[in-house]
Design a protein around this ligand. Structure first.
Ligand code: NAD
Length: 405
């Protein structure tokens, strides 16, 4: 049996030498990418610590396999294990569209108050990219995970609740709303905004990043997205005096003082252009839920697509690391897809535990594997003279390249 990781206020305070970590293989291609990734993670830990440290994996179930085993997609046993062990890693889970059960991913985020969705977007040399200079891309995206139109406060236009809302909006609020309109509510609070922006600024300071950019649509949605921007600047000034400087204050002092993080803001639509034309000007990007959903996938495409994009959903107590793509059901069980996202999420998890050297081993070995042009089908079809590997072969190649580092 492994030991339990301790966390407090968003920080990991103690990690035993053999920490228990929960894994959920997930649906569709989940088991394929999990098998490849766990081999890489275990090999890196073994290589870095020669048996002194070892992860005690605890399997839990969610999604289709949980329905088979427990007749429910998210059994209480799984929730208990995540709550107890505090760190988990998961494959993708299928969500039925328009009906069926609610997204398990959204449910997990809300149950454990995993308020920060963190996506590092960094170019791995050799990966095919649609950009001319992908090496300039190095962002960390912090997306708010619990609010916005994603909070699930919505009604069908023809339902009793929907009609009641429409009546209320027309009669009491003087709003013009067409008959049978679906209604969704977009709550954005100072509490959720400030804890996310605080976390993004702490990350920027700890990782020596130069700026934090608040990405919003405040020109149109003044009291939600505009307020997000204002609360972001407020928490920066309140919590980090002497450590941050607003972009509009730089001119007054001439240049950014050494070690200070610049806080700036951009409209979301402009940001989509900026990440393409001036990626070098941006470091940490922090934004509400919906902007974050779109921008993080768009940015992932810049560095090789979803098959290569790691991610984590993190709260003050629990952190769940995950492949950021979906369950790609048409490739399920074919040992075909790219396990890169899951492998890099594993590296991110090891970094979260403070096992930094293990994370670096994985990243370097992955880079070597791609530079050797030994890749899965998604990258293979974009590369000249590459060797096609299956999902499991790619994992094995990464492990082998670790041996050479
Ligand atoms: P998807 O990411 O599953 O697949 C879209 C396409 O992307 C695939 O057909 C494939 O061509 C490509 N792709 C995805 N992962 C790849 C990989 N590792 N290697 C190579 N190519 C890869 O998106 P979708 O089809 O929109 O969603 C399928 C299901 O997954 C839905 O039920 C959706 O709700 C769910 N989903 C889950 C998560 C999650 O669990 N975090 C995230 C997104 C979607």
């Amino acid at each position: 049996m492994g030991g339990v990781i301790e966390t407090e206020d968003g920080n990991v305070t103690s990690v035993p030498e053999n920490p228990s970590i929960v894994f959920i293989q997930g649906d569709g291609v989940g088991p394929d990418i999990w098998r490849a990734a766990v081999g890489v993670i275990d090999a890196a830990v073994q290589r870095a610590y020669a048996g002194r440290r070892k992860i005690a994996w605890q399997e839990a179930w969610a999604g289709e396999e949980a329905i088979q085993r427990y007749q429910t997609p998210l059994p209480p046993e799984t929730l208990e294990a995540i709550g107890h062990y505090k760190v988990a890693i998961k494959g993708p889970l299928t969500t039925p569209i328009a009906g069926g059960f609610r997204s398990l991913n959204v449910t997990l985020r809300q149950l454990f108050d995993l308020y920060a969705c963190i996506r590092p977007i960094r170019y791995i040399q050799g990966t095919p990219s649609p950009l001319k200079n992908p090496g300039k891309v190095n962002f960390a995206i912090f997306r708010e995970n619990t609010e916005d139109v994603y909070a699930g406060i919505e009604w069908q236009g023809e339902s009793n609740e929907g009609k009641k809302m429409i009546r209320f909006l027309r009669e009491e609020m003087g709003a013009e709303v067409r008959d049978a309109s679906g209604i969704g509510i977009k709550p954005i609070s100072p509490f959720a905004t400030k804890r996310l922006v605080r976390r993004a600024i702490e990350y920027a300071l700890e990782h020596g990043r130069r700026s934090v950019t608040l990405v919003h649509k405040g020109n149109i949605m003044k009291y939600t997205e505009g307020a997000f921007r204002d609360w972001g600047y407020e928490v920066a000034a309140e919590r980090f005096p002497g450590k941050v400087i607003r972009e509009d204050e730089i001119e007054k002092v001439g240049a950014v003082p050494d070690g200070m993080v610049v806080i700036k803001d951009r409209l979301a639509d402009a940001m989509f252009q900026q990440v393409l034309v001036r990626p070098e000007d941006y470091d940490v990007l922090v934004m509400p839920n919906l902007n974050g959903d779109y921008l993080s996938d768009a940015c992932a495409a810049q560095v090789g697509g979803l098959g290569m994009a790691p991610g984590a959903n993190v709260g003050d107590e629990v952190a769940i690391f995950e492949a950021t793509h979906g369950s790609a059901p048409k490739y399920a069980g074919q040992d075909k897809v790219n396990p890169g996202s899951m492998i890099l999420s594993g590296a991110m998890m090891l970094e979260y535990l403070g096992w930094i050297e293990t994370a670096r081993l994985i990243e370097e070995a992955l880079q070597k594997t791609i530079q050797a042009k030994t890749v899965t089908y998604d990258l293979h079809r974009q590369m000249q003279g590459a060797t096609l590997l299956s999902c499991s072969q790619f994992g094995e190649a990464v492990v082998k390249n670790m041996g050479d580092t």
